[in-house]
Design a protein around this ligand. Structure first.
Ligand code: CP
Length: 306
């Protein structure tokens, strides 16, 4: 099987059938990472370039591991080690990489739309590994795989997403994906961190965390993205955490078997209490594990599937 598209740029344009194909394929790849020899020959002879022009631990490492477990050759490029520091433009860099004939370019960039621009420029497949505050499709896919693994479905679940909604690419990708797969999504955060028209994406909106997490099947906490905020949009981190930190008291409002998720990296004690992040309802590390399988699935379905 193969996805009949060149790139994965966002969840916005992925159909239910495509999402199910990616999640089913990812599920079949989970087992490879549990073997003693964690390698299959599927992408032998293919080349994957990880072009990470913004910091990353999880996404970059798991794309690299995913490609290696499929036997692809991988190269990682960061902004600091590239000729961008000498003033090379993204366009020139992309054309230079294209000339070396890789098969996939995985790209993270601080500017929304950067992978879309590259997609129109070069012939290779582009996977968006996060573009500014726009989309992070592979995060949403691994989140849905984790939900499906634990709850055996996505449709009909009550999902609360809490935190810095305005600056989060994770929330946008998850809203597109979760709504399309039939979940009921509520977003919550301080009014200054909620985009005005977000309800048009089909979500409920609340400024009260307790209202949002009541009877939730899944609570997804978001990181306070201090690096993307351009001013004081909340008086202090301490006050933020008084209202929006998931802790042992407010989690009792959710269903007993609620799943606690966080894309990482975590600000412990700001948006999530350490005992909840490390507690029995947390699937944060399962999300990381599933990230490898989802990225294997995407690489396979874009350039390896028959
Ligand atoms: N969730 C996520 O994108 O984490 P990294 O920034 O570490 O890749």
């Amino acid at each position: 099987m193969k996805l009949s598209r060149k790139d994965i740029l966002g969840m916005e344009d992925l159909s239910v059938e495509e999402i199910n194909l990616i999640l089913d394929t990812a599920e079949s790849f989970i087992e490879v990472s549990t073997r003693e020899i964690k390698k299959v020959p599927t992408l032998r002879g293919k080349t994957v370039i990880n072009l990470f022009l913004e910091p990353s631990t999880r996404t970059r490492t798991s794309f690299e591991i995913a490609a290696k477990r499929l036997s692809a050759d991988t190269i990682s490029i960061s902004a600091a080690m590239s000729s961008m520091v000498k003033g090379e433009t993204l366009t020139d860099m992309a054309r230079t990489l294209e000339a070396m004939n890789p098969d996939v370019i995985v790209m993270r960039h601080s500017a929304a739309g950067a992978p879309h621009m590259l997609s129109g420029l070069i012939k290779q497949s582009i996977i968006n590994a996060g573009d500014g505050a726009h989309e992070h499709p592979t995060q949403a896919l691994l989140d849905m795989l984790t939900i499906r693994e634990r709850k055996e479905k996505v449709a009909g679940l009550k999902v609360a997403i809490v935190g810095d909604i305005a600056h989060s690419r994770v929330v946008r990708s998850n809203i597109y994906g979760l709504i399309r797969m039939g979940a009921e999504v509520t977003v919550a955060g301080p009014a200054t961190m909620i985009p005005r028209d977000i309800d048009k994406m089909g979500v409920r909106v609340s400024c009260r965390m307790k209202e949002a997490i009541k009877d939730a099947d899944v609570i997804m906490m978001l990181r306070m993205q201090i690096e993307r905020q351009d001013g004081n949009i909340f008086p202090s981190l301490r006050e933020y955490s008084n209202y929006y930190c998931l802790n042992a008291q407010n989690i009792t409002l959710a269903k007993d078997d609620v799943l606690v998720m966080h894309p990482g990296p975590i600000n412990r004690g700001v948006e999530i209490a350490p005992d909840i992040a490390d507690g029995s309802r947390s699937v944060i590390l399962d999300q990381v594990t599933n990230g490898v399988a989802v990225r294997m699935a995407l690489l396979y379905l874009l350039v390896g599937g028959k």
